[in-house]
Design a protein around this ligand. Structure first.
Ligand SMILES: [Zn+2]
Length: 160
């Protein structure tokens, strides 16, 4: 892990990742690593995942999902926020091979040492958002813009 970030308990959820030093905007901090799974495989393996309110899956592109539970690094501990200070940046492979695309977490704005790093998970589930489901995916980011849930309003886009 780079010296610019560190992992410790988070007031939002479980472990979190924090700035170890003051960070400028637009700084690439860490790659989101893990095993690449095809969407169908991830869907089969984690079909019960909607009931956990927790995920280490990250949609890389139309073909692959990154599974941080296998071979993942500290990036999987970065929590969601409705008012994030980081964002995931896709580095598309030059040869067009989707398995060679990579995801890096980058600061959106200057971040002070000690601040928790967050990004918007943008989770969109295929199932209907019942009050119970929203409760399972409750957001505790504490920002004034908090929507109360990690689930993103449904768009007409294809499921992530
Ligand atoms: Zn929130």
């Amino acid at each position: 892990m780079s010296r610019s970030i560190l992992v410790r308990r988070s007031p939002i959820h479980g472990n979190g990742v924090f700035a170890a030093t003051d960070l400028p905007a637009g700084k690439s901090l860490i790659e989101y690593r893990g095993k690449l799974l095809r969407h169908a495989v991830a869907d089969r393996r984690y079909c019960d995942n909607v009931e956990t309110g927790h995920t280490f899956l990250f949609v890389l592109n139309d073909t692959y999902v990154i599974d941080g539970t296998e071979g993942g690094n500290s990036a999987r501990w970065i929590n969601h926020s409705c008012d994030p200070n980081c964002e995931p940046m896709l580095w598309e492979s030059k040869d067009g091979d989707p398995a060679r695309d990579r995801l890096f977490i980058e600061t959106l704005r200057p971040v002070k040492a000690g601040e928790e790093l967050t990004y918007d998970y943008g989770i969109e589930l295929e199932v209907r958002y019942t009050p119970r489901l929203k409760q399972l995916w409750a957001c505790r980011c504490g920002s004034p813009q908090c929507t109360g849930t990690l689930l993103k309003p449904k768009s007409r886009k294809k499921k992530a």
